[in-house]
Design a protein around this ligand. Structure first.
Ligand code: NAI
Length: 283
């Protein structure tokens, strides 16, 4: 049996994944604002440092897997973009950097980061915001979404999820992660009926936008189904899964952008491709 950390373990998909892991006999160290083994605010630097330390103290410097499900949704509010960046981006990357040695110590560890299909279905997300987050500059990322006014939280949310997805894909293939036996992958859900979505549905304007959003199979996702995908991505069957983004979204991503991906490397991308090709060192 393994030792797993689940952030956002008190609600929604994080809670469903933690329950399923416990039911299989694994030890789960939940991290959340409340009702968790480790109570910490991932929206502050101090809270994140405390979460890293408390988890290592509880787990004993060896982790078989981590699920990063804590997240803040795109509800309206002037301070919301900052909370979104702090929790959805920093609350993932700083924790994973802190726990990486413990994941490597397990020999064959797995990490599932919660992304979102907002990464490919929200239009006009400024590249500046994404680049600023990846460079660690939250203030610049905030300035990049200010012009969107009351839509700023929705744009910041998509930017946070694009940035965290790119961060994960960049790290996943490196010697420190893939080379250390850690499989780092991203799960990208569409609208799933959890307390996060229920809060948005309670606001009439947001509810209309959510219910009118194209979902080819119709309806909302079930948190239990998404938790099963998490368990699959933590299982032995995922040993060849590395840096992947798994969309489980009722078809919205495919509906909007059927031809965007997969796409061959264009001719102008050839120099970069060849540089990476020649720079590769097999394990
Ligand atoms: P939820 O709201 O049910 O659960 C999120 C959990 O994160 C809560 O228990 C909350 O207390 C915790 N959390 C929030 N801020 C925190 C902080 N500062 N410190 C510590 N914990 C904090 O949400 P849900 O829907 O289960 O979301 C899980 C993940 O999936 C999130 O990253 C969300 O962005 C993502 N997602 C959700 C979708 C949906 O439709 N529900 C769609 C796509 C992605």
């Amino acid at each position: 049996m393994g030792v797993y950390v689940v952030t956002g373990a008190a609600s929604g998909m994080g809670r469903a994944a933690a329950d399923k892991l416990r039911a299989l006999g694994h030890t789960v160290v939940g991290v959340d604002l409340r009702e968790a083994e480790v109570v910490a605010d991932l929206g502050t630097g101090q809270g994140r440092r405390s979460a890293i330390e408390q988890v290592l103290a509880a787990a004993g410097d060896r982790l078989d897997g981590v699920v990063l499900a804590a997240g803040v949704g795109p509800a309206p509010g002037a301070d919301r973009p900052r909370q979104i960046y702090e929790v959805n981006y920093r609350g993932v990357v700083e924790l994973l950097d802190g726990w990486r040695p413990a994941l490597a110590a397990a020999g064959e560890a797995r990490v599932v980061v919660f992304g979102s299909n907002s990464t490919t279905t929200v239009p006009a997300v400024p590249g500046r915001a994404i680049r600023a987050l990846l460079a660690g500059d939250v203030e610049r990322a905030l300035r990049a979404v200010r012009i969107f006014g009351r839509n700023a939280p929705a744009i910041a949310y998509a930017a946070s999820k694009i940035a965290v997805t790119r961060w994960a894909r960049r790290r996943a293939v490196t010697a420190d992660w893939a080379g250390a036996g850690i499989r780092l992958n991203v799960l990208a859900p569409g609208a799933v009926l959890t307390p996060l979505l229920e809060k948005q549905l309670a606001t009439p304007a947001e509810a209309a936008a959510i219910r009118g959003f194209p979902v080819p199979i119709g309806g909302f996702g079930d948190p239990d189904d998404l938790a099963d995908w998490v368990l699959l991505m933590l299982s032995d069957s995922a040993r060849f899964l590395c840096g992947s983004v798994v969309f489980v979204d009722g078809g919205s991503d495919a509906y909007f952008r059927p031809d965007v991906w997969p796409r061959a490397v264009p001719l102008r991308g050839l120099p970069g491709y060849l540089r990476r090709f020649r720079g590769f060192r097999a394990r």
